[in-house]
Design a protein around this ligand. Structure first.
Ligand SMILES: [Ca+2]
Ligand SMILES: [Ca+2]
Length: 237
């Protein structure tokens, strides 16, 4: 009976823990962000971002209001402040975005790899330059993309916790931006801003207050802790 209960407890804890969800206003893009037919760029309109982690990776799902395969030129950026103090406000791609008080890690990702796919770079600021830690095209296993929910408007990144310098219990600040393919493009939508991030393609965007996430113990490590407790309890009898 005890073994059965233990197995059930472990089964219920298996898999990735439920995600933290950060909501953004739908329709908070300036009216100038439309295609030639006047249709809003829904694939750049962030609706929510979900983050969770397991023992090795951080999972970031960026949801937008449009089909990412139908309009696949969007770029999806994440700026992190890990608290290193060695930060830059410019971001790893030098887009026309001021990342608040500064970031030290950066994901620059795109949805147009091969026409339908996802690609991304992980970069780290060393005080002088934004160096590429890994990228999907390098295949080092430190950053991966998932386009399986593109039709539903979800761009997903899977990033190594170790590559971000993160351990269980660490809290970091972050912001998410959508942008275009031009080097001087602004953050068309920013997760940190409930209102318009910029009035047009030619005007820069500035982050609002960063969101925060705390790396959680994984379900498997919780299950092990529980098992340890059960074993310890049994020994005491
Ligand atoms: Ca939005
Ligand atoms: Ca927003």
């Amino acid at each position: 009976m005890r073994n059965l209960l233990m197995a059930a407890a472990i089964a219920s804890l298996a898999g990735v823990a439920s995600a933290d969800v950060y909501m953004d206003t739908a329709g908070d893009l300036n009216a100038s962000f439309v295609d030639g037919g006047g249709v809003p760029f829904a694939h750049l309109d962030i609706t929510q971002v979900e983050i969770t982690n397991d023992a090795n990776f951080l999972y970031i799902d960026i949801s937008v209001a449009g089909d990412i395969d139908a309009t696949n030129w969007g770029k999806y950026l994440v700026g992190f402040d890990m608290g290193s103090g060695t930060t830059s406000t410019s971001g790893g791609w030098g887009r026309n975005i001021s990342w608040g008080s500064g970031i030290d890690y950066f994901i620059g990702g795109w949805a147009d790899e091969g026409g339908s796919g996802v690609g991304a770079e992980l970069r780290n600021f060393d005080g002088a330059a934004w160096n590429v830690t890994d990228a999907t095209y390098l295949g080092g296993g430190l950053i991966m993309g998932d386009d399986s929910a593109h039709a539903a408007g979800v761009q997903s990144y899977i990033v190594s916790l170790a590559a971000l310098g993160l351990s269980v219990g660490d809290t970091f600040g972050f912001d998410v931006a959508t942008t275009g393919g031009g080097g001087g493009d602004p953050g068309v939508d920013m997760l940190s801003l409930a209102g318009e991030a910029t009035p047009d393609w030619g005007t820069g965007s500035t982050s609002g207050a960063f969101l925060s996430y705390t790396v959680i113990p994984t379900p498997s490590s919780l299950a092990l802790l529980g098992l340890g407790g059960l074993v310890a309890g049994r020994r005491r009898r």
